[in-house]
Write a protein that binds this ligand. Structure first.
Ligand code: ZN
Length: 423
């Protein structure tokens, strides 16, 4: 199956400076086969990208898809109070089908706002995967582990990794201890051993709040990063969600890791967690991608909002507007996010040989006019609803803002029913 994208302005996200150019893109199967000024070839489908910027799909490096049900639920609380009093009691009552429909809603929300790859951590991974399969998203998925029923979750992770961690798969399985404060050391070590056995990565929350860092210090007489290092966590590729209270000694450890940090600026603001020192981490060669976290702590899964917030927070933190640029923010949302997930050879840029994951942003809009600087327009002025068309793995998933093959209304109906029952 061949598709040809005509009349596009391409922002390929390759290199240290923006390279916007007019070109056509030939997609063969699930790969980009050619990017050239004028391609004339017999194809199965032509897509007219006039008045659109075509760029790599956005990469959301940390989320909990099934938490869509918590949108606006008992907001404005401290993280631990919110988790213990609002979230955990409801999560205990979630049925497998609830996880499926809640995740389905999140997948649609992500696709409709330009995300083509996400990194999910939740219990009920089998149902999360079903929703990802149904929507056509690309994803890294993990069965979130705490200390209970651990053997069962390890077995499920093994079983799913065997099925999905194979060449050409759109889904990859990681291991995932929830966080240093919520897992005992044996659980974390078990996840490290499992990641080694399956030759895969590990996804964990780290250093989200100062209280959490204090708890770890009181328990183990170590900083969170030091504690994970001593447990061998950095022997495998990692995605570290948040990483707000990272010291210079932590940076010395993290400099050598494979993977990187997922920065979730809106969640960190909403829960008053703090501001990750993205500029410093990047200066030290640590990959930093962007993430939304789950709906409860972020309110939307729109990565355009995360881009803006990430940029502005760094400018405030450093009191220096030159500390990070629009293009660097776009890199964090694409190729750097791909590096955090270990997928940089497959996605994150538009290049021949890479997977055909791309988004088409409509530019003939009042809030995107004039186009003095396309990167600034995308990072600071655009929003998720400006994404017109989404291609993932060579398949058109959304066109003219309509989801192909998916009944959005049915999904909303199901999630409303679950919310009514549980909340
Ligand atoms: Zn999280």
């Amino acid at each position: 199956m061949k598709k040809l994208v005509k009349n596009a302005y391409i922002l390929d996200m390759v290199g240290e400076e923006a390279n916007l150019r007019k070109a056509d893109i030939l997609v063969s199967g699930n790969q980009i086969a050619k990017i050239e000024p004028e391609i004339e070839e017999q194809v199965d489908e032509k897509i007219n990208a006039k008045n659109m910027i075509v760029m790599p799909g956005l990469v959301n490096t940390h989320t909990h898809l099934a938490m869509s049900i918590f949108r606006g639920y008992k907001d404005d609380q401290k993280l631990m109070d919110w988790l213990e009093n609002a979230i955990f009691p409801v999560e205990d009552k979630l049925e497998p089908d609830d996880i499926y429909w809640n995740s389905f809603l999140s997948c649609i929300e992500m696709i409709k706002s330009g995300t083509t790859t996400c990194n999910d951590m939740y219990f009920g991974m089998n149902k999360v995967i079903e929703s990802i399969e149904a929507t056509g998203l690309r994803a890294v998925v993990a069965w979130c582990m705490t200390d209970d029923a651990i053997r069962d979750k390890v077995e499920k992770t093994r079983e799913y990794a065997k099925k999905y961690n194979v060449p050409g798969s759109r889904i990859k399985i990681f291991t995932s201890p929830h966080a240093p404060y919520s897992c005992n050391p044996d659980t974390i070590k078990l996840c490290v051993d499992l990641a080694k056995e399956l030759k895969t990565g590990l996804h964990i929350h780290l250093s989200e709040t100062l209280d959490e860092e204090k708890t770890i210090y009181e328990r183990y007489d170590k900083r969170g990063t030091e504690y994970l290092n001593d447990l061998g966590v950095f022997d495998v590729p990692v995605v570290l969600a948040h990483g707000i209270y990272i010291s210079d000694s932590d940076i010395a450890i993290l400099k050598n890791i494979k993977g990187g940090i997922s920065h979730n600026p809106i969640s960190n603001c909403k829960l008053s967690s703090g501001i990750c020192d993205v500029v410093k981490l990047r200066k030290n060669g640590i990959n930093v991608g962007l993430g939304t976290d789950g709906i409860g702590s972020t309110a939307t899964l729109d990565m355009f909002e995360e881009m803006k917030m990430a940029a502005y927070l760094q400018k405030v933190k450093t009191k220096n507007p030159t500390s990070i640029t629009a293009y660097e923010i776009l890199k964090m949302a694409t190729i750097e996010g791909a590096k955090v997930l270990g997928l940089e050879d497959e996605i994150g840029t538009l290049e021949v040989g890479k997977k055909a994951d791309m988004i088409f942003i409509k530019t003939d809009k009042i809030h995107l006019c004039p186009e003095n600087d396309v990167c600034a327009n995308i990072a600071y002025s655009a929003n998720g609803a400006d994404v017109d068309t989404v291609m993932i793995d060579g398949n058109i998933i959304m066109q003219n803002r309509k989801m192909i093959k998916i009944n959005e209304k049915e999904v909303m109906r199901e999630v409303k029913k679950i919310a009514k029952r549980l909340l």
